[in-house]
Design a protein around this ligand. Structure first.
Ligand code: GLY
Length: 335
C-alpha cells in the first residue's frame, strides 16, 4: 500500500521537495490522500494488462469512470481473448454478440446487450449512459445507436473463433453448455475465465465500474448473461463500494449478485465476506448446479479494501495501485 509512512517521507523531503514542480507535488499529494486509493481491481489474469491501462488515468488524478472504460477496452481488443470483446466465441448460430455495462459515482449507468458487429461494447454502454435517456439498448437497436455515434461496423467472427465453433457443432447437438469455456480447460489456466469486471477508486475517493464479455460460448441466439445487467454483473454505490461478477450469468442474475454484495458491505461485511455470502446464497439455492459451475464476485469498499470469492477454485483477480501494478491474487473459493 502507498501508506502514511511514505507520505510523511515525501513530505519530509524538505529542500528537495521544493525543487519539484507544482504539478509533481500535487500528484504526490493526490496519490497519498488515503492509504487505499487510487486503486483498480479486475477479474482474472487478463485484468493485469487492463489495470495497467486504467492506472494511466488514475495516477494522473483522473476519474475512475475514464479509467475503467480505458482498462476494459484492452481485453475487448485482444484478438487472442475469446471470452471478451471482438474475438469472442460466437453463439450456436455463429453470431458474435457482446454484452457490457458501466456505472459511475453518481449512480448513472449504461448498458448494451447482444450487440453485434461493434468491437467495443463498453464504450457504447458509456454513450448510452451519457447521451440517451435510457439505461440499456439491446440487439439491432444497440448496433444502430453505435453506428450513429460513429463506431465502425465490422465482422467480429475471427478464423480461430469460427474454427472452435465448427468443432463444437460436430459434437454438441446444438445444445448450449453452461461455462463450456471453463470446462474445456483446466481450472486456473489462461482460458478459464469469461468476463472482465473492473472496479476503480480514484484519487478523489470516487468509485466506478465496468463489465464486458462475449458471454457464454455457443449460447442460444439472443441469450444475455449477467454482465450487462446493472445489479447483477456490476453495481456501484459511491457511499459504500462496488462489486462485479464473472461466471455463469444466469445464477448471478437470479441472485442479483453484485447488488447483493454492495448491500452486504453496507451492512458492515468486508468485501471478501460480502462476496463469500453472495456465493453461499447461489450454492444454497441450487446446490447440485453449483457443483458444476463457476461464479466469482469481486468487490471494493470506500476505503480501498478489496476482496473476492468464487464457487470453484481457479478464480483470480488483478490489483493495481501506486505500489504494485501487476499483482495477481488467487481468489478464495467454496470448493
Ligand atoms: N458472466 C458472463 C455471462 O454469463 O455471460
Amino acid at each position: 500500500m502507498y501508506n502514511r509512512r511514505k507520505f510523511i517521507k515525501i513530505s519530509a523531503a524538505g529542500a528537495s521537495l521544493a525543487a519539484l514542480s507544482t504539478s509533481k507535488i500535487a500528484r504526490a499529494t493526490i496519490l497519498n490522500q488515503a492509504a487505499g486509493f487510487p486503486i483498480v481491481i479486475s477479474t482474472w489474469d487478463f485484468g493485469i494488462i487492463a489495470n495497467k491501462e486504467a492506472w494511466k488515468t488514475l495516477e494522473k488524478g483522473g476519474r475512475a469512470l475514464d479509467a475503467v472504460e480505458a482498462g476494459v477496452r484492452i481485453p475487448e481488443a485482444d484478438m487472442k481473448n475469446h471470452t471478451v470483446g471482438r474475438a469472442g466465441y460466437p453463439d450456436r448460430d455463429g453470431h458474435v454478440s457482446l454484452d457490457a455495462c458501466i456505472m459511475d459515482e453518481f449512480g448513472n449507468c449504461g448498458s448494451v446487450a447482444a450487440i453485434e458487429d461493434i468491437a467495443h461494447p463498453i464504450s457504447v454502454a458509456r454513450l448510452v449512459m451519457e447521451k440517451t435517456p435510457h439505461v440499456m439498448l439491446v440487439g439491432a437497436g444497440a448496433t444502430q445507436f453505435a453506428v450513429e455515434q460513429g463506431f465502425k461496423r465490422e465482422k467480429l467472427l475471427t478464423p480461430e473463433s469460427e474454427k472452435a465453433w465448427k468443432e463444437w457443432l460436430k459434437t454438441a447437438k446444438y445444445s448450449p453448455v453452461m461455462n463450456i469455456e471453463n470446462k474445456q480447460h483446466a481450472p486456473g489456466n489462461q482460458y478459464n475465465h469469461d468476463t472482465i469486471g473492473m472496479l476503480a477508486l480514484d484519487a478523489k475517493g470516487n468509485i466506478s465500474g465496468a463489465c464486458t464479455t462475449s458471454g457464454m460460448a455457443f449460447k442460444m441466439r439472443g441469450r444475455v448473461g449477467d454482465s450487462p445487467i446493472i445489479g447483477a454483473g456490476l453495481y456501484v454505490d459511491n457511499e459504500v463500494g462496488g462489486a462485479t461478477s464473472t461466471g455463469v450469468g444466469e445464477e448471478v442474475i437470479r441472485n442479483v449478485g453484485s447488488f447483493l454484495v454492495v448491500e452486504l458491505m453496507r451492512q458492515g461485511y468486508s468485501p471478501e465476506d460480502a462476496c463469500k455470502e453472495a456465493v453461499k446464497r447461489i450454492i444454497k439455492k441450487k446446490p447440485d448446479t453449483a457443483k458444476e459451475i463457476q461464479v466469482g464476485f469481486l468487490a471494493i469498499n470506500k476505503k480501498g479494501e478489496y476482496g473476492a470469492y468464487a464457487i470453484q477454485k481457479g478464480f483470480s483477480f488483478a490489483v493495481c495501485n501506486a505500489e504494485k501494478q501487476d499483482l495477481l491474487v488467487p481468489g478464495k473459493s467454496f470448493y
